[in-house]
Design a protein. Structure first.
Length: 290
């Protein structure tokens, strides 16, 4: 694979299949990253594209999702969870309708919960009146958590997930605060995003084949909103998450781990990292800062 081409957003033809609705609906069928790539891709791993991502179908959540002591969940119905974030003694409750039919984005994942908890810790004084944009929102969990803290939010994802986001927006009574839009990574930004103060992304790193698309969209947002804060949270599930993704990201962004979250030592043991991203200026080599 031409990594430089990926970083420029030049997408190989196999992505039409890998990112198709059929694939997203059953990502773990038998497809491996070796199969998904062309023979001259340079990848020899036969790991599944989405290893260990789908929780048991009989459960609304995976036990491994709940990694913070300040976070509790209760089952409201056979397909709805209430997740309570309470890091400061002031609870922030989000009801989440789970629908896995469009793909793995239709449920909640650890990084989304970590980021929601962090936003709750920052509190209403920090978020009230801010304009937030969430990428790869899936259920809309993070964006809705921000809206309940006073933010105006646009949650975005691929088309099949828009109805799920809209359902959860209504379920939480934040129709006036949250708008759900389709945004496909690697494509031009929608013209109706409006002002953006904070860009949120959680659990967006899972398809190796989509790394360059995600980074292209991050770059587009960084260029369109140069003063926006980037909060990027993901779980490093496989080698490519730990090596290839950072190598592509640092071509365009500097980053540092969020330092003001006392839960950092807890979720980092689960390979979850919460980062502040800064768009790299041309000529800067890019680096991770501490």
């Amino acid at each position: 694979m031409d990594v430089e081409a990926e970083a420029r957003g030049e997408v190989p033809a196999f992505l039409d299949r890998v990112l198709s609705p059929v694939f997203l609906a059953d990502p773990l069928r038998t497809t491996t990253s070796t199969e998904a790539m062309s023979n001259d891709s340079g990848y020899s791993s036969d790991e599944q594209v989405l290893p260990d991502l789908i929780p048991p179908s009989e459960n609304l959540e995976n036990e491994d999702d709940v990694i913070l002591p300040s976070q509790t969940s209760s089952v409201l119905s056979e397909d709805t969870l209430r997740i309570t974030f309470n890091p400061t003694g002031v609870p922030n409750e989000v009801d989440v309708w789970i629908d896995r039919r469009p793909g793995c984005g239709g449920t909640t994942w650890p990084a989304g919960r970590v980021l929601s908890d962090y936003l709750t810790r920052r509190g209403r004084d920090n978020l009230a009146g801010k304009h937030c944009l969430e990428l790869g929102a899936g259920t809309g969990l993070v964006g809705i958590a921000a809206a309940k803290l006073g933010a105006r939010v646009v949650v975005t994802d691929q088309g099949p997930f828009v109805p799920i986001m809209e359902t959860n927006v209504r379920l939480n009574g934040v129709d006036n605060e949250v708008q759900a839009l389709e945004l496909n990574w690697g494509e031009p930004l929608p013209p109706n995003l409006g002002p953006v103060d904070i860009i949120l992304a959680a659990d967006c790193v899972y398809f190796v084949e989509a790394y360059s698309l995600l980074i292209q969209t991050l770059c587009d947002l960084g260029d369109a909103y140069p003063n926006a804060e980037f909060l990027f949270c993901y779980r490093r599930r496989k080698k490519s998450d730990k090596r290839l993704f950072p190598s592509l990201l640092r071509k365009h962004f500097n980053w540092k781990e969020v330092a003001d979250d006392p839960n950092r030592s807890i979720y980092s043991r689960k390979d979850v990292c919460l980062l502040h991203l800064t768009r790299r200026k041309e000529g800067n080599t890019g680096k991770k800062t501490r």
